[in-house]
Design a protein around this ligand. Structure first.
Ligand code: GLY
Length: 430
């Protein structure tokens, strides 16, 4: 036995001496990471140049839908009148860049956020200048109260601005937004209201877990625990009502005014009972943040259980999930690169919060390598300037199917940053 080990060792050393490498090289080959960062910087600069002075906010690429395809994905013989009424009209500009309809679009903060993250990754001053310009454009949002998404909109833009280029006006805009988000909290129900549209009495979506980070940040900025306490109450109520026994989650839970549940259903998943891929990723990310901030172990268990569910239920070789974990397992079924990017980012953070996070880090590494491969990473100058291909926004609504999404790019960049921080990789030395 000893003899075999020794001869193996000699063979490895000999191989390394002759090939001029260190034994660890394959594991430490970060060419994929470098390619991801370089592509991101090129794509973002290309997009900024194409937009010119008009300041529009890129969101995705216009896609259409085919009714037979939708029926197959949703396991329905035909679409009901209700389904059909929800379908977004097919845009006559298929294939062109889709912009946010205004700064009040829920995704408006991601493009400025992408510029900030790419600046942080590369140190490229021109990216910082563009980030400032696009972030300033969102300034009126500090007064907006119409959706829970103000957390995404302001934290990804102004939150990153304050981290990388702090200023009093930026800090105040974040605190004002956090106050407005708290204004959507109903103490009887114990949740922040997500949407103002629809027929629900008080809809709360699993995505809302992502907006808690703005409240945690507001507590850090002000020293006032009220933001954090409110966020944790929301997280506890959501833990009680959004999750099934296997830790998969409903997309929408609507409440009656007395705090009882009115309805559990989906808006963007395959069915009310299915596990919508991005929803599971939002939940994982949200409960990881809650544990980071509170050190309450029930949030850690929740995050770990969601992580297990995701890793257990994935059907693809490269781990980039189908748009819904219950979607038909066929080559035609669209994937959701945004869910993969959010999951990767969350798992990297989770790996730092547990005693042995290796399995989470390895899974995140696998996701990031997949996303940085030719299958998902755009070639510079293509993909209308977006970084990643193959995400799915809202398939049951016929919207943004198998297309780039600005938030897939955002969480991909955030995950690259986190990965480099944990592994202590310096971009300049790759
Ligand atoms: N928060 C909306 C979505 O994930 O599509």
């Amino acid at each position: 036995m000893k003899k075999i080990s020794l001869s193996c060792f000699i063979a490895v050393v000999a191989l390394c001496v002759f090939s001029g490498c260190s034994p660890k090289q394959p594991e430490n080959d970060y060419t994929w990471l470098k390619q991801g960062i370089e592509t991101a910087a090129l794509q973002l600069k290309f997009t900024v140049a194409e937009i010119g002075d008009s300041i529009r906010l890129p969101r995705s690429i216009w896609t259409g839908y085919d009714t037979d395809f939708l029926c197959h994905q949703l396991d329905k013989k035909q679409l009901t009148d209700k389904d059909s009424a929800r379908l977004k009209p097919i845009h006559d500009n298929l294939g062109s860049r889709r912009y946010c309809f205004s700064i009040y679009d829920w995704t408006s903060g991601f493009f400025p956020g992408n510029l900030w993250l790419a600046y942080q990754l590369t140190g490229d001053e021109s990216l910082r200048e563009s980030a400032v310009k696009f972030t300033n454009h969102l300034y009126p949002l500090r007064e907006y109260k119409g959706t829970h998404d103000i957390g995404f909109m302001m934290n990804c833009s102004y939150g990153n601005a304050n981290r990388l280029s702090p200023a009093d006006s930026v800090r105040s805009a974040l605190i004002q937004t956090a106050d407005n988000l708290c204004g959507r909290f109903n103490p009887e129900i114990g949740c922040i209201r997500s949407w103002n549209f629809g027929k629900w009495n008080f809809p709360v979506i699993i995505d809302n877990m992502m907006n808690l980070d703005l409240l945690f940040y507001a507590t850090r900025l002000t020293g006032d625990d009220k933001y954090k306490e409110l966020a944790l109450t929301h997280a506890r109520t959501t833990m009680k009502n959004h999750f099934r026994d296997d830790y998969s989650s409903y997309h929408v839970v609507s409440y009656n005014n007395d705090g009882t549940v009115e309805k559990k259903c989906t808006h963007q998943g395959k069915s009310d009972a299915s596990s919508w891929a991005r929803g599971q990723a939002w939940g994982l990310y949200g409960y990881t943040s809650c544990y980071r901030e509170s050190k309450d172990v029930q949030f850690l268990r929740q995050a770990e259980n969601i992580a297990s569910l995701i890793m257990r239920r994935v059907k693809t070789e490269d781990a980039v999930p189908l748009w819904d974990y219950d979607a038909p397992d066929t080559p035609q079924t669209p994937r959701d690169a945004s869910a993969a990017a959010i999951t990767a980012s969350a798992l990297i953070e989770l790996s730092t919060l547990v005693e042995d996070g290796q399995a989470y880090m390895e899974y995140a590494g696998k996701l990031l390598k997949s996303l940085s491969s030719d299958g998902y990473l755009a070639k510079p100058g293509t993909n209308r300037g977006f970084i990643l291909m193959h995400s799915t926004g809202s398939l049951p609504n016929g919207s943004e199917i198998d297309t780039p999404l600005n938030y897939a790019d955002y969480y991909y960049l955030e995950a690259l940053l986190r990965y480099m921080q944990v592994k202590e990789i310096d971009y300049k030395h790759i």
